[in-house]
Design a protein around this ligand. Structure first.
Ligand code: PPE
Length: 305
């Protein structure tokens, strides 16, 4: 991670190295926090934040789900993110990480009296699964971890605690020589990656599982919109691992991962073993949108002026 100049903390810009919290910060111990990941791309009009409103709305919805009362409105948080990007002098694309968390002052699981803090950091961050991954595709392992159960966790919230599941799955996948994990749900159907939603292409049809067992992904929704534009039929239905093994193409979507092709799953080559043609079309359509090259989607971009 490349350090930037300042971080927004509870309304103030603080120097990067001084953006600190107390060791008894409630969220550090019990894991309840709501966070976002948003990207800003350097296009012709300078840095533009992709789907800022949607990400900020999801941030507040996540906090509501996990019973954290955020003291800032969606508008205030949007302005704060713009202010932060203006105050730092970024040269390339930026990843923005707002987090609403329970601060210092109360210990014990019951958190009603814990203070709520909000901070926003931003830094220059390249391809999440590597530049080569974006072009050639990555190798994926179906995880031995089941994706968090909807019986005991709330996957519509982008909540810190949910990511223990992702973290264990990701570590296992990498230790096993793969680049990413694909998690199945409790019934054995494909849920999502450790930090991405999942798509396959089969006989020209784009298929992605419904969001019952995955985050309501903004990138996934964008890719589906682009598929409609390109006349690619889309289905939302459950997928089993064997159907995935024999798919023609597969890819992950996420703010960080963007559109990353999957070239192999559990020792089975997917399609031609590289980036498939439909994946490539959707990937380049996605980059056109985020870099401001598709006028139809200019409304998704927030410039800093
Ligand atoms: N599922 C999970 C579990 C997830 O974390 C993400 C985003 C997605 C799906 C895709 O959501 P969206 O970004 O709205 O398309 N993961 C974020 C965190 C990655 C990290 O390592 O941190 C991200 O992509 O920013």
């Amino acid at each position: 991670m490349k350090a930037a100049e300042t971080i927004w903390m509870d309304g103030k810009l603080v120097p990067w190295d001084e953006a600190k919290v107390h060791i008894l910060t409630h969220s550090l111990h019990y894991g309840n926090s709501a966070f976002e990941g948003t990207r800003a791309y350097k296009g012709e009009k300078g840095l533009a934040i992709f789907r800022l409103q949607d990400h900020t709305k999801r941030l507040l919805r996540s906090a509501k789900i996990t019973l954290i009362d955020c003291p800032y409105s969606v508008e205030a948080l949007e302005s704060a993110q713009i202010e932060l990007l203006k105050a730092n002098h970024f040269e390339g694309n930026v990843y923005i990480r707002p987090i609403i968390f329970l601060g210092y002052g109360v210990m014990g699981v019951y958190h009603k009296a814990a203070p709520v803090n909000v901070s926003i950091a931003a830094w220059e961050w390249g391809a999440y699964l590597g530049d080569e991954g974006i072009e050639k595709g990555i190798r994926v392992k179906i995880s031995s971890f089941t994706r968090n159960s909807i019986r005991s966790t709330m996957g519509k919230a982008k909540a810190g605690a949910n990511y223990l599941n992702s973290q264990m799955a990701k570590f296992e996948a990498i230790e096993s020589g793969y680049e990413e994990a694909l998690l199945l749900d409790e019934e054995g159907f494909v849920a999502e990656g450790s930090g991405e939603c999942f798509f396959i292409v089969r006989d020209g049809v784009l298929i992605s599982p419904p969001n019952e067992n995955s985050l309501e992904s903004i990138t996934q929704a964008t890719v589906i919109e682009l598929a409609h534009d390109l006349g690619i039929p889309v289905e939302r239905r459950r997928l089993t691992r064997d159907e995935v093994y024999v798919s023609d193409e597969a890819f992950f979507t996420g703010t960080a991962a963007e559109v990353t092709p999957v070239r192999e799953i559990d020792a089975r080559a997917i399609g031609n073993g590289g980036r498939g043609p439909i994946t490539q079309r959707l990937q380049s359509a996605y980059f056109d949108v985020v870099y401001g090259r598709n006028p139809k989607y200019h409304h998704y971009l927030t410039t800093l002026n």
